[in-house]
Write a protein of this length. Structure first.
Length: 256
């Protein structure tokens, strides 16, 4: 069931979303050659503590997971698409990093992701990341009252496919509110004019995931969480929490 949020609730979700935005900004600034992924996770945890917020990631265990997620930050490097567990791995020059982070504040959740390169950027990685951001922007532009979920999915998929990138099947965005994952599902590819109508008060996380090699295949790493590309090509992930309102889409996790 899709819960429509009041304007007051959306304002409260904005506060949670800004915790997410500040944490991602801090972690991205700290990410440099030689920094361990676990250090980035601890920094993100410090932001949560300072803000009086908690993590919807830490201890989360969906049906597919063999163990609860052990961190507050998802850190996926190079061929890892999403759900990367922070380890003692030290970032190297040229790494492509995707960070996904959530926060729970005042009973409301926020969720966002960003991809970037560390040190010397490969032109192919820059293009991949820019396309992920363009796909996210296209999805947000389609998140207006009167459209349908399929319009968002179609907007995202059109940008990704036109650039020649793959889209991991079965993974996409989701509703968000009191819980990190709520109805409805928000696919990254679909037919326009189909699916649930978009109404004022719906809040969703829109999150395109792109595979550079152009194929859609992926597999779970031995840790049971990290999803990796089958062809070994790099991946990028971009995400915002967005409220659908009669005034247009409102990005609750906008980074300032």
């Amino acid at each position: 069931m899709v819960e429509l949020k009041t304007d007051t609730s959306i304002d409260a979700m904005y506060e949670a979303g800004q915790v997410v935005a500040r944490a991602l900004a801090a972690v991205r600034e700290a990410a440099d050659v030689g920094v361990r992924l676990l250090e980035l996770d601890e920094l993100a945890h410090d932001v949560l503590r300072a803000e009086g917020a908690t993590s919807p990631f830490l201890g989360y265990r969906p049906e597919f997971a063999p163990t609860p997620f052990p961190a507050v930050l998802c850190a996926s490097v190079n061929e890892a698409i999403v759900h990367g567990i922070p380890t003692r791995y030290r970032l190297r020059d040229g790494d492509l990093v995707s960070l996904d982070f959530g926060a729970q504040l005042g009973g409301w959740a926020g969720d966002s992701a960003v991809s970037f390169t560390v040190g010397t950027a490969r032109p192919a990685d820059v293009r991949l990341i820019e396309t992920a951001e363009r796909a996210l922007a296209a999805g947000i532009d389609a998140a207006v009252v009167g459209n349908r979920i399929g319009d968002i999915a179609h907007a995202i998929g059109t940008v990704c496919r036109a650039a020649g990138y793959g889209i991991p099947a079965g993974f996409g965005g989701h509703g968000i509110g009191r819980h990190m994952h709520e109805d409805p599902a928000v696919p990254n590819e679909g037919r326009p004019g189909r699916g649930l109508p978009l109404r004022h008060g719906m809040v969703i996380a829109i999150e395109p995931m792109l595979i550079a090699g152009g194929t859609d295949g992926y597999h779970a790493a031995p840790d049971g969480w990290t999803l990796r590309t089958n062809d070994g090509s790099r991946a990028a992930h971009a995400e915002h929490t967005v409220a659908i309102t009669t005034s247009g889409p409102r990005i609750l996790t906008e980074r300032k």
